[in-house]
Design a protein. Structure first.
Length: 96
């Protein structure tokens, strides 16, 4: 059972939602896009700009990229030959 004040509140809320819902949605989406653009610029562009300015002023890059080897380059570090067989040295172990 609702009293007249609750009915007025529901009507007011419903009227607001019908009238301003699309406008509020567009405004929020616009602000989210703006914040997303600014955060992308800060995250992607600013570190490169800072490294460039550091190098131009005579310093060195502080965060060097890790070296990732290709398959051909990485094969030089692997041990030669097949992997060792499981079991003991003299071969009398039972392997299941």
């Amino acid at each position: 059972m609702m009293n007249s004040f609750l009915l007025l509140q529901n009507e007011d809320t419903g009227g607001f939602v019908e009238k301003y819902q699309d406008q509020v949605r567009k405004e929020v989406e616009s602000r989210v896009r703006t914040v997303h653009l600014i955060s992308d610029l800060v995250e992607l562009f600013f570190p490169k700009l800072a490294d460039t300015a550091t190098v131009l002023l005579g310093g060195e890059i502080t965060d060097l990229e890790e070296l990732y080897l290709t398959i051909e380059e990485g094969s030089d570090q692997s041990p030669p030959g097949p992997p060792p067989q499981p079991g003991g040295v003299n071969g009398d172990d039972i392997i299941r």
